[in-house]
Design a protein around this ligand. Structure first.
Ligand SMILES: [Zn+2]
Length: 364
């Protein structure tokens, strides 16, 4: 990597950029290094680390963190960050990028959402250095990464056996955050309340602007979700002036497609589910989204849409208990426009059959 060995000429000329300090190490402007943050010692006597790559630009600019696998089984973001770090424009970065592909290393090893103490890291922020294991990981992440940043993008997927249409959740009441959410370029934005203990809440308390990207399913790679995430991050970085724009920044000037409300539709009965709608489908009130039947086929229940909307999440597992959340429906005031944009989004980003999914970053 070009900048790994030391400051570039540009960095020497620009004295205004100061080094970044992380885990006691000074990262000089114009350099790129990987630092292993000590998380905890395992009971095998092995030390566990959270790997962080810092790309510290030679020129001043925002400090952005991109994090993934805060829920240890959510993998699309790990691949998004891998592709981002190979992107050809990074040597020209202004400002600083903190890339943390695996925040919850314990969960990642266990292929689990949680930590070994069964806590959810995204309900444990800002954490405490003397608290539970999960609280200590949260505290480390806040102190070493988040507190140094002006902006953040946290990458998530649906939970186990659930898939999400690519969507941004953010505090859209803040105009600057709303602009970044629009720039990201996914068809669905959700003005999400801050949850107690979430990274978004802890970051907001420090005045850090954050987007949460949700796309795909736990323990799976989803090529469309990965492409949309990488494209969105690059667009946000260009809008922030961190990366050079090819032409003008493609800001969506059209009305943002903010969901008025969203809710999960629950299974009316237990049984075996046959889904008849795809993710992103536009559905009408009363439309059948799926059928729940018995193994012998003698009984069948319809799962109906309670309102007009777009399916932004759904279960992938055909085995359901009554009361289980099976479809996530978002309501919009301009549903025709949303439906069109979801179509266009899929057409633009869907991998073609001839294309290899394990490839270089797409042109964005
Ligand atoms: Zn998550």
């Amino acid at each position: 990597m070009r900048n790994r060995t030391g400051p570039t000429r540009e960095a020497k000329a620009e004295v205004a950029v100061s080094p970044v300090k992380i885990n006691g190490t000074l990262v000089q402007p114009g350099t790129r290094i990987t630092i292993d943050l000590p998380v905890a010692r395992l009971y095998t006597h092995t030390d566990l680390h959270m790997p962080v790559q810092i790309v510290h630009g030679a020129r001043p600019g925002p400090r952005l963190f991109i994090s993934a696998a805060i829920h240890g089984d959510e993998l699309n973001g790990v691949e998004i960050i891998r592709r981002l770090l190979r992107h050809g424009s990074l040597p020209r970065l202004r400002g600083t990028l903190f890339a943390i592909p695996i925040v919850n290393v314990h969960g990642f090893l266990d292929r689990s959402r949680y930590l070994p103490d069964r806590r959810d890291l995204n309900r444990s922020f800002p954490g405490s250095g003397r608290g539970s294991l999960t609280a200590r990981v949260a505290d480390l992440f806040m102190k070493e990464i988040v507190s140094q940043c002006s902006h953040g993008i946290d990458l998530h997927t649906g939970a186990l056996h659930r898939e999400n249409l690519p969507q941004i959740r953010a505090n859209l009441d803040d105009p600057d955050t709303a602009d970044l959410a629009r720039v990201f370029g996914v068809p669905v934005l959700i003005n999400a309340d801050l949850r107690d203990g979430s990274l978004r809440q802890a970051a907001a308390e420090q005045g850090i602007r954050m987007l949460l990207y949700e796309a795909g399913e736990a323990l799976r790679f989803d090529e469309l979700a990965i492409r949309a995430g990488l494209r969105g991050i690059l667009r946000v970085m260009r809008a922030l002036g961190m990366l050079p724009s090819k032409s003008r920044v493609p800001v969506e000037k059209r009305q943002p497609l903010v969901a008025r409300a969203s809710s999960w539709i629950r299974a009316p009965e237990s049984g075996i589910l046959r889904t008849t709608v795809r993710l992103g489908a536009r559905v009408e009130k009363g439309q059948v989204l799926g059928y729940i039947g018995a193994p012998f086929g003698d009984l069948e229940y319809e799962v109906e849409a309670p309102a007009n909307g777009i399916v932004i999440g759904r279960t992938r597992l055909p085995l359901v208990h009554e009361g289980e959340a099976v479809y996530h429906l978002a309501r919009f005031s301009k549903i025709d426009v949303v439906a069109e944009r979801v179509e266009a989004f899929h057409a633009r980003l869907a991998p073609s059959d001839s294309e290899e999914s394990e490839g270089e970053a797409p042109v964005v």
